[in-house]
Design a protein around this ligand. Sequence first.
Ligand code: ADP
Ligand code: MG
Length: 350
Amino acid sequence: MILDSLLGMFSVDMGIDLGTCNTLVCVKGEGIVLNEPSVVAVKRGTNRVLNDGNAVGLVAKEMLGKTPGSISAIRPLKDGVIADFDITEAMLGYFIRKVHGRSNFFKPRVVIAVPSGITAVEKRAVYNSAERAGARRVYLVDEPMAAGIGAGLPVAEATASMIVDVGGGTTEVAIMSLADIAVCESIRVAGDDMDEAIINYLRRNYNLMVGQQTAEQIKIEIGSISDLDEELSREVRGRDMISGLPRKTVVSSQEIREALGEPVSAVIDCVTRTLERAEPELAADLVENGVWLAGGGALLRGLDAVMGQSTGLDVRLVDDPLSCVARGTAVYLDNLALWKETMESDADDL
Ligand code: ADP
Ligand code: MG
């Protein structure tokens, strides 16, 4: 341990939020140093990453939906499960090397937050990938726990803290106490499904086909789940399904609200199910402590209010919902000795 801490002074120990949509890397003492989409561009039909392994992140995201026949841009963690181990490894390796740099002689210790729903086999794959990418020691933590810590919730105390993390591919709901997860649920409905719902709505109601990126922009710009003081509208461009030609139309926030109904209900049902499973003492704490929303999906206008109405609890957003898991991994790094017990750090345990 002493040797480990000494080495830690010379290497860039890092915390990684390996998200289905975005990967963030935090370095001890420096905060967030990398924030890129979890996307990899490969030669179609292979798992060879383009540009000598460098078509990862921002560069690759720009290719999504626009790739010519010979290239495909892949989100290896899309549904919260690792669809392709090799590509995930290439991506994680790229991010670790990018932050660590080749000049650094000592290997880093790495804390990685992974979706709590992933299997032991997938955890082992993440673990091995990080080791192969040059990590000296790898610790895996559950994403909701990291989110709670990043949000500054008293997760280690004898009181309940509840996190609802709405990401791209998965929504993770967890009630924590005494540095452990008491109840958790993870569903594969989150931001991506909201985009998908918008695509379907426009196809059904306007005969207009739009891409995933356009749908995401619409959601971010005018998406909401409760009435807005001033309703919004936006021009949308895509391809007409009947004529096959490019066309534009205008959609309103009311229409998008209708489109988002289904995925949002699924998220809220998941929250109520988790609450129903909580022990009475923990439930009692939540009346006082409320529920905290994290992840990019938390930013959907009105989600906090609607969730508050359906649970009867105080629902609030954590500070900067998109980075709170990464900030949580940084707290783990600062307190490795303290938190070690609660983390899985040996591949044999997985
Ligand atoms: P993950 O942890 O799975 O990588 P993130 O927490 O990074 O996911 O959140 C990404 C999701 O949040 C995406 O689906 C994105 O469209 C969505 N998102 C980001 N900003 C907003 C916003 N302002 N309103 C609604 N959704 C948003
Ligand atoms: Mg996340």
